[in-house]
Write a protein that binds this ligand. Structure first.
Ligand code: GTP
Ligand code: SPV
Ligand code: MN
Length: 612
């Protein structure tokens, strides 16, 4: 292995000194060679995933200023990274699905012809790693041995990306051992270039199982196993192979009787998956425990027992820092207390990290995410709103004992949720699977800092997959409908909204640990043992079905959070129109009809209550 990292070689650029490859796999060697001939790095480093290698790469990143060593007494094994200020979130406008035809990508994706994309990015990649190191990062998505696990290899010029991949995936020899001589691996080529936003492209070639990403070093743009492979390519493969790749967290909910029910939930980016997956039940729910299986991505397949079985393909958490504290998410706080990479948070004088909404007093002075002096009087935020922590899954004190189970866990309930200050009730249960697909397909949410662009505007984000579905979204809904026929005991489907506000602008629902109250109803309903009332939107809990003891929430607030506001629903249904029109060519008829059905019901309601 390369001991050359801290003592650069003086080899001429044109003949990169190839580090000893860790595999005899001919296709992998040929592809790495091809990438090296294109990008012309000074040296090639094969990542083996050992602790020794992690220590060496970390030390190298510190000497290069890529990482800042934090206070090792307070935060052992933790480092801070500051990304370029123009490179702080996913960029949807630079993200392309490059299928043979435009129709395959669908109106939900930016499309580029594969030839054009390879040519365009190829030109940018030519010689792009000269003077730099090329890291070859083999990784597995999913517990090794799982029938759903997939292998990828990411080639990158970023040591930060290599280190993050080491936390987020099962990385190194384990992947090469699984791959052996097979040519079936995802080919990911990543180069940060000069971070010029004009030369930033994230291109997916589902038909070649290939991803090329240039011009960004951040999160979902650069950690290619995550959104690129696990969701965009994953969703494509899932449709072909009969499984599902979803933007969902997975949790095990243990009751006082010792029964564990597995729930998967899709909320758009920065809308609460990590928090929900790490929920600690309130005092009143003694004997209940939530165990985290995953916090962002879920792969599901029908099992031989007729249930839907899910794995978390990831091995770590790339979580939102702002708003995280010992009251909102103590589990996350404990998870990121060691061996964690922090990105774009504030740095205190004693080498600790800080962000808006962290516990304790606001530091009197610190260095902000851009490396500038900051005080509480500063107008700008200390941490970027999309600042994040990368922490190993094994740090989680409530990691599910089944998180590494190759079979996965059987899912009893699927939850869709958005960030909506109005209109959408706290919780609704779908009447049936197709109605659940309709609830997911019409999901809307206010945009967040997880992607560049305007924050706080409602947009349609079906199944929280709008930025991540690697093919036509109408066909994706069709795939959801088709899946029902392979699952004899399908999960029950629900919709939630933790973010509804009252007329005074405050949240009607306390959220966080109190979401357990909604979760208990969901779990009970999934087992067919809790009451409910029928509305035109779906089944909702009656006051008596809902345990509010010790919550401090008033019944008036809960009623308001559940209220069906007819004029708001009229606007909501009108707002869905543009999405349905855009996707008319492939939108399943059942989904179109369910919307028409709801429109008709709402019209009749309004006639009965003209004052509303
Ligand atoms: P991605 O990693 O971007 O996919 O996001 P995520 O869905 O995992 O979101 P996360 O759990 O990190 O939450 C994002 C933000 O929402 C954080 O600032 C949280 O504090 C806030 N949040 C999470 N749950 C709740 C809740 O129940 N109520 C309220 N009001 N805010 C919440
Ligand atoms: C999201 O945006 O949904 C994330 C963060 O989970 S990123 O890895 O940047 O996609
Ligand atoms: Mn996400």
């Amino acid at each position: 292995m390369s001991s050359t990292l801290t003592a650069p070689r003086t080899t001429p650029r044109t003949t990169p000194s190839l580090d000893t490859p860790l595999t005899p796999n001919p296709d992998l060697l040929a592809w790495v060679d091809e990438c090296a001939r294109l990008t012309r790095p000074d040296r090639v480093v094969w990542c083996d995933g050992t602790e020794e290698e992690r220590a060496r790469l970390t030390e190298y990143a510190v000497t290069k200023g890529v990482l800042i060593k934090l206070n090792q007494e307070k935060l052992p094994g933790c480092y801070l990274h500051r990304s370029h200020p123009n490179d702080v979130a996913r960029v949807e406008k630079c993200t392309f699905v490059c299928t043979t035809t435009r129709d395959e990508a669908g109106p939900n994706n930016n499309w580029m012809a594969p030839d054009e994309a390879y040519r365009k990015l190829g030109a940018l990649l030519e010689g792009s790693m000269a003077g730099r190191t090329m890291y070859v990062v083999p990784y597995v998505m999913g517990p090794p041995g799982s029938p759903l696990a997939k292998i990828g290899v990411e080639i990158t010029d970023s040591v930060y990306v290599a280190l993050n991949m080491g936390i987020m995936t099962r990385m190194g020899n384990v992947a090469l051992g699984m791959l052996r001589a097979s040519s079936r691996f995802n080919r990911g080529l990543h180069c940060t270039l000069d971070l010029d936003p004009e030369r930033r492209f994230i291109c997916h070639f589902p038909q070649d199982n290939t991803i090329w990403s240039v011009g960004s070093g951040y999160g979902g743009n650069a950690l290619l196993g995550k959104k690129c492979l696990a969701l965009r390519i994953g969703s494509w493969l899932g449709r072909q192979e009969g499984w599902m790749a979803e933007h969902m967290m997975i949790m095990g909910v243990e009751s006082p009787r010792g029964e564990t029910t597995y729930v998967a939930a899709a909320f758009p980016s920065a809308c609460g998956k990590t928090n929900f997956a790490m929920l600690i039940p309130p005092e009143h729910f003694r004997g209940w425990h939530v165990w985290t299986v995953g916090d962002d991505i879920c792969w599901m397949r029908p099992g031989p027992d007729g249930r839907l079985w899910a794995i978390n393909p990831e091995n770590g958490y790339f979580g939102v820092a702002p708003g995280t504290n010992f009251a909102t998410n103590p589990t996350a706080m404990r998870t990121m207390a060691r061996d964690t990479l922090y990105t774009n948070v504030g740095l205190t004088p004693d080498g600790d990290v800080w962000w808006e909404g962290k516990d304790g007093p606001v530091p009197e002075t610190l260095v902000d995410w851009q490396g500038r002096p900051w005080t509480p009087a500063s107008k700008e935020k200390a941490a970027h709103p999309n600042s994040r922590f990368t922490a190993p899954m094994t740090n989680n004190p409530y990691l599910s004992p089944r998180a590494n189970d190759p079979r996965g866990v059987p899912i009893s309930a699927i939850v869709f949720g958005g960030r909506r200050s109005d209109t959408v009730p706290l919780v609704v249960q779908a009447f049936h699977w197709t109605h659940g697909v309709f609830l997911g397909a019409t999901l809307g949410s206010e945009t967040t800092a997880a992607a560049t662009g305007q924050v706080g505007v409602v947009r349609r984000d079906p199944m929280a997959m709008l930025p991540f579905c690697g093919y036509d979204m109408g066909l994706y809904f069709g795939h959801w409908l088709d899946m029902a026929h392979c699952i004899a005991s399908p999960p029950k489907i629900f919709q939630v909204n933790w973010f509804r506000k009252g007329a005074d602008g405050r949240y009607l629902w306390p959220g966080y640990c109190d979401n357990m109250r909604v979760l208990k109803w969901i779990v009970d309903r999934a087992h067919g043992r809790a009451g409910a009332r029928e509305t035109c939107l779906g089944w909702v809990p009656r006051q008596s079905d809902f345990d509010l003891e010790g919550s401090g929430v008033t019944l008036e607030d809960v009623d308001e959070a559940q209220r069906i506001d007819l004029p708001a629903w009229q606007r909501e249904l009108e707002d869905q129109e543009a999405f349905f029109t855009k996707h008319a060519a492939t939108m399943p008829k059942e989904i179109v009809l369910l919307r028409q059905f709801l429109i008709a019901q709402m019209e009749r309601e309004r006639q009965r209550h003209p004052e509303a």
